[in-house]
Design a protein. Structure first.
Length: 330
């Protein structure tokens, strides 16, 4: 009897161990299956987003030759070309926002973004940087000049001993770079810069433009930072939209030369002086060769929408493949 009881106990223990092993094995298998599915989704999303980048590059390379770059051109604004484009069982969307007014109005456009619509902190002179800090970020005039000079010192290969000393004597010291900004967040290392100021200017700056801004694509904040009054900046934006007051439609008015900026209507003396300063200072232009691509790959997985984004900046070159200046995968 005792022998039978011992056998029964051993059998029960064996079955329990087998059950635990089976449950554990099932859990491992389910975990691996979920991981494989997740990995497959990541790969699929990557190639969807990558396909969006390649599509944008092809459209840029095949765009019609023109003396200007504006929102009437399909590569900058065309929902049919760039919104929810089906590919396999997923979709591709390329989009960006345009700053359209003093009250923070924004418009969403579908296509690639003109990088020359923003202020290049690697090449703009100190007076423009100071104006940007004062007008967009609300920095006091004296402080904005000091901060703008600090930005210029950071990117300059000519190291000022006093500037170098300031960074070396910080509680956690580091060097004044003495070279161009490579990422926008690098600004947070510059003397006087704060997260609050950076958050207010980050959407108006670039590292890949030139000393001149495309007046066909620049937003309100950029015009205001360049020295136009708020009212004049608004007038330029509204004139550009055409009679329907919507960017990127058939009735948009195009600046084909910088002198066309004088044709927005009646100008007071002060308005004319502000516009003339931009033209004579070679601060504005009407074309661009550098573009930002925000490509979003997405598809439905069960009841969820999964997505992946690739952001890059490219520069078009004659008879050569476009140069990739920036690449970021999110």
């Amino acid at each position: 009897m005792k022998k039978q009881a011992s056998i029964l106990i051993i059998t029960v223990w064996a079955l329990s161990i087998l059950s635990i092993f089976t449950v554990s094995l099932s859990y491992v298998a389910m975990t691996q299956a979920r991981y494989a599915s997740h990995l497959q989704s990541r790969v699929k999303l990557y190639y969807l987003a990558r396909a969006g980048v390649e599509k944008a590059i092809v459209e840029l390379e095949n765009k019609e030759e023109s003396d200007y770059m504006a929102f009437d051109q399909p590569v900058l604004n065309n929902e049919e070309l760039f919104k929810d484009i089906p590919l396999g069982d997923g979709f591709i969307t390329l989009s960006y926002t345009v700053d359209e007014g003093a009250l923070g109005q924004q418009a969403t456009l579908y296509g690639v973004m003109d990088e020359s619509s923003k202020i290049d902190i690697n090449s703009m002179p100190v007076n423009i940087l100071a104006s940007m800090l004062e007008r967009i970020a609300g920095v006091e005039k004296e402080n904005s000049i000091d901060m703008a000079q600090a930005m210029a010192d950071w990117r300059s290969p000519n190291q000022d001993p006093e500037v170098k000393k300031y960074y070396e004597e910080l509680e956690m010291p580091y060097e004044n770079k003495g070279a161009k900004f490579e990422v926008a967040e690098e600004l947070l290392l510059v003397r006087g810069m704060t997260e609050e100021v950076f958050s207010k200017i980050k959407d108006s700056i670039t590292l890949y433009g030139t000393k001149s801004i495309n007046i066909n694509t620049a937003g309100f904040n950029v015009f205001y930072a360049l020295g136009l009054s708020k009212s004049l900046s608004n007038r330029v934006i509204e004139y550009r939209k055409g009679k329907d007051f919507i960017s990127g439609t058939d009735d948009d008015r195009i600046f084909k030369t910088v002198n066309d900026l004088r044709n927005i209507g009646f100008l007071f003396t002060e308005d004319s002086m502000q516009i003339n300063a931009l033209i004579s200072g070679n601060i504005i232009k009407t074309n661009s060769d550098t573009f930002r691509i925000n490509s979003l790959g997405h598809f439905e997985e069960g009841q969820s929408r999964v997505l992946r984004n690739i952001t890059c900046v490219i520069r078009l070159r004659d008879k050569q493949k476009p140069e990739i200046l920036y690449w970021y995968e999110n």
